[in-house]
Design a protein around this ligand. Structure first.
Ligand code: CGF
Length: 814
């Protein structure tokens, strides 16, 4: 691996020993693994700090344009290993710890995942931060320092149980509290208008206040001395105000403020692609947005005197609709605090804000009741009203008499504030996250907005960082690749195409497949340790790991497993390659059907794994508590990547890219970024099935299809469905899975039965392909070789050039 500067191994060892002593009053020999983790992390942080300071000095000297990536979620995972990788010290530190008698892998396992996110959207934000720092682009990630992150999942009797994720219990050695940058955020009260010198001033009174205090977490770029900042906000009660309230005898008010501060950052809402409409959630949104935008403006003003220059120095990139209140907050600051008139403020705002859409799922589109919104954020609501009034006038002048346009595009409609509409009205750029997704936005979901301003729309296909998901997660493959083509792929993933020539060479095929086999053994050991199930690393590892959502169709996957099991049991000549079906997924705590699907998977696993008569031909494993850290092991070990969402529903997907990078074959629908994966690797190196997006959308326009036709005509489907309600997988309660049965037979909103036969066919094809060892090796190697496009470095270059207009900065250490 590339060396940044010479690593002082002896000095590092001494520092670790000293840290253990000063932190815990213990000699290193008596330190617990957690204490060693803390001591090592502090030593690493020491190294990061100089680079962090140097980076910010350089940014200030050059007065650079900065992107503020505003996101409710940053699914960072563990920091230590990733920081070592990006400092290019990983191997050296491993050696140093060996000499001290510790195994770096075990020390890494001491670190809790920073799970401040649900799934794809939050992990994308984390990959983007890694790429921004690696490419040397000035950036802040802005989010919330949730006291409890994504819940820990335990499986009890096959059911998901949610446990609190107390990730800060032992402290976070990498973060730094910055009380000097604290700001005040106001909620509630009323707005008073004061006329001074012929101008109206809008003053919020009678409000509750919360002190937003930032914690900075370093984001280390790979081998370039750049360290950017993830700024996560904590809430504290405003002490001065509280004391004042006590003095005035307003005890309850003071207590209320304490409670508000405590609850606001207490917990991450565990919903992915689903909006719950809870008041606390809106508070969280305004809290971190107001704090981030206020702070960004203050920082801007340290170096710039003309507020009109804001768009030249800042872009606020809004990650989905969650942060879109930023549009109104920026307007508030520009008008109420900077004294600008509406037109001026609007011009600046709409050249500073940009919006990324991540989904077309109706249940994910945020709409707040006006009653709630205006009560909680009275001044912001006034501004939204005025934005809406002007926007509606614009619609009416462009489309006179067309009431449908107003209905479809207004920001305030039917007693609701539509956050996506606010985002689009207030942004200079609107992007989707894969080509197909952007096309659907333009042609269907956001058609009216696209027609109004086509130049505003663009596509930025998602990406993932190869530094975490290959260099750190799959060290064997990483060093094999470096051996073959050098190590530049770490920062330039398109170099992987140089591996194509090895894909037809038997010697290299064997090397590659041997690495896959080692990784399968590593995962098999993990499964044995965590699930107590023996799986055979020679079987096909067929994997579906992602959030549990009906549109992702884990149900289709498990129904197919049930079907295959039936075949094995009833047809003695049924020939199948031994396959291990691996699932990992968290379901939102309140999503009943998703939780029932988890129970079904575990129930099917129970029956099949314990049936000796099938001689281990099928194994089913549900990996508990799927998260970033175990994902790294899983991607490295997969043969088949299940990407089987109903076409049109998965905006992009990013797991699909991580599997491809690690040499797995996609078994998928033509959905999201799967389309581009197939484009890159060729249809012959993936297995595609099912309805296409246009077909799904056509059925939907025409009111769906009739699943009963399939039930009546396909005996295999009928058998599997009957087994959902005849107690085969729920002998103690035959009706347990009736809801799943009913949902399929009555509506089948996600076209599971419609795609079933085609999915069975796709699995047969996988089975045949896998038996042809040489061709399979070639296929998986080509998948790795063709995955270059899916680096988040490529995505970020596109954002930086086409949306943000950022310049790269070089950082040197004196
Ligand atoms: O964002 C998602 C993911 N579930 O978090 N959406 N949201 N909201 C999409 O469903 C994925 O398809 C997408 O890859 C991800 C990041 O853009």
């Amino acid at each position: 691996m590339k060396k940044l500067i010479d690593f002082d191994k002896e000095g590092f060892k001494k520092e670790v020993i000293t840290n253990v002593k000063t932190l815990y009053r213990r000699p290193i020999e008596e330190a617990t693994p957690q204490q060693v983790f803390q001591a090592v992390s502090y030593a690493v942080k020491d190294d990061i700090i100089d680079r962090w300071i140097a980076t910010h000095k350089e940014y200030e000297k050059k007065n650079v344009k900065t992107v503020y990536y505003l996101s409710m979620e940053f699914l960072m995972g563990r920091a230590l290993g990733n920081n070592l990788i990006n400092l290019t010290y990983y191997d050296a530190v491993k050696e140093a710890l060996d000499e001290l008698g510790f195994d770096l892998n075990l020390i890494e396992d001491q670190e809790p995942d920073a799970a401040l996110g649900n799934g794809g959207l939050g992990r994308l934000a984390a990959c983007f931060l890694d790429s921004l720092a690696t490419l040397g682009y000035p950036a802040y990630g802005c989010g919330i320092r949730y006291r409890y992150g994504m819940f820990k999942q335990a499986i009890k009797d096959g059911y998901q149980i949610e446990l609190p994720d107390d990730w800060l219990k032992d402290g976070n050695p990498f973060e730094i509290k910055r009380p000097e940058y604290a700001v005040e955020v106001k909620f509630g009260g009323y707005v008073r208008v004061e006329n001074r010198d012929g101008r109206n001033y809008f003053i919020q009174d009678g409000y509750q206040t919360v002190r937003a205090v930032p914690y900075d977490v370093p984001v280390v770029g790979y081998g370039n001395n750049v360290v950017n900042t993830l700024r996560i906000w904590d809430a504290e009660a405003d002490q001065e105000f509280c004391l004042d309230s006590f003095d005035k005898g307003e005890y309850e008010k003071a207590v209320e403020q304490q409670n508000l501060a405590k609850t606001i950052v207490e917990v991450l809402y565990p919903n992915d692609n689903h909006y719950a409409g809870k008041e606390l959630r809106l508070r969280q949104q305004y809290f971190f947005i107001s704090a981030s935008v206020q702070r960004a403006i203050l920082k801007f003003k340290e170096k710039n005197s003309d507020i009109h220059k804001l768009p030249e120095k800042i872009t606020f990139q809004m990650n989905d609709t969650h942060p879109t209140v930023a549009v109104a907050e920026l307007m508030r600051i520009l008008m109420d605090e900077e004294g600008l008139e509406w037109d001026d403020a609007w011009d600046i705002t709409t050249r500073t804000c940009a919006y990324t859409n991540h989904t077309i799922m109706a249940e994910a589109l945020e709409k707040w009741p006006i009653e709630l919104f205006s009560r909680l954020l009275p001044r912001i609501y006034q501004i939204v009203e005025e934005i809406n009034r002007r926007f509606v006038l614009k619609i009416q002048s462009m489309y006179p008499g067309n009431q449908d346009k107003v209905k479809n595009m207004a920001i305030l409609y039917d007693g609701q504030v539509k956050m996506a509409h606010l985002a689009i009205a207030g942004s200079y750029s609107v992007n989707g996250v894969a080509a197909l997704h952007t096309k659907i936005l333009e042609e269907r979901e956001l058609k009216d907005f696209y027609e109004m301003r086509p130049e505003q729309f663009n596509n930025k296909t998602n990406g993932i960082t190869q530094r975490r998901f290959l260099l750190h997660g799959n060290p064997l493959l990483a060093s094999w690749i470096t051996d073959k083509i050098g190590d530049e792929w770490i920062v330039k993933l398109s170099n992987l195409k140089k591996l194509k020539v090895y894909a037809t060479d038997e010697k290299y095929q064997q090397e590659f497949m041997n690495i896959k086999y080692q990784n399968k053994i590593r995962l098999a050991n993990y499964i044995k340790e965590h699930n107590g199930v023996d799986v055979d690393p020679r079987s096909i590892f067929d994997v579906q790991v992602k959030r549990l959502h009906e549109y992702k169709r884990q149900l289709l996957n498990i129904l197919h497993v049930m079907y295959q099991y039936n075949e094995l049991k009833t047809n003695p000549s049924y020939d199948m390659y031994p396959t291990t079906y691996i699932f990992g997924a968290k379901a939102s705590a309140g999503y009943k059907r998703a939780k029932l699907i988890i129970k079904l998977i575990n129930s099917v696993a129970d029956v099949i794994n314990n049936d000796a008569s099938i001689k281990g031909k099928i194994k089913v494993v549900f990996i508990e508590n799927y998260r970033v850290s175990n994902a790294e092991l899983i991607f490295a070990a997969a043969d088949v990547s299940e990407q089987i969402s109903t076409a049109s529903r998965e905006a992009s997907g990013t797991g699909n890219m991580k599997f491809m990078l690690n040499g797995a074959v996609t078994l998928g629908t033509m959905d999201g970024a799967n389309v581009e994966i197939v484009e890159e690797v060729g249809e012959e190196n993936a297995v595609i099935f099912g309805l296409r997006a246009e077909e799904v959308m056509k059925y939907e326009r025409e009111g769906g299809y009739n699943p009963k036709d399939i039930y009546n005509n396909d005996a295999a489907v009928r058998t599997v469905l009957t087994q959902l309600i005849n107690g085969m997988y729920s002998s103690d309660d035959p009706d347990r899975f009736r809801d799943l049965y009913d949902s399929l037979i009555n509506e089948d909103v996600y076209f599971i039965l419609k795609d079933f036969a085609s999915y069975v066919e796709a699995h047969r094809k996988i089975d045949t392909l896998y038996r042809d060892e040489k061709n399979w090796a070639k296929m998986v190697m080509l998948n790795t070789a063709c995955s270059g496009k899916f680096s988040s470095d490529r995505t970020i270059e596109e954002y930086a050039k086409e949306i943000w207009n950022l310049k790269k900065v070089k950082v040197t250490l004196d």
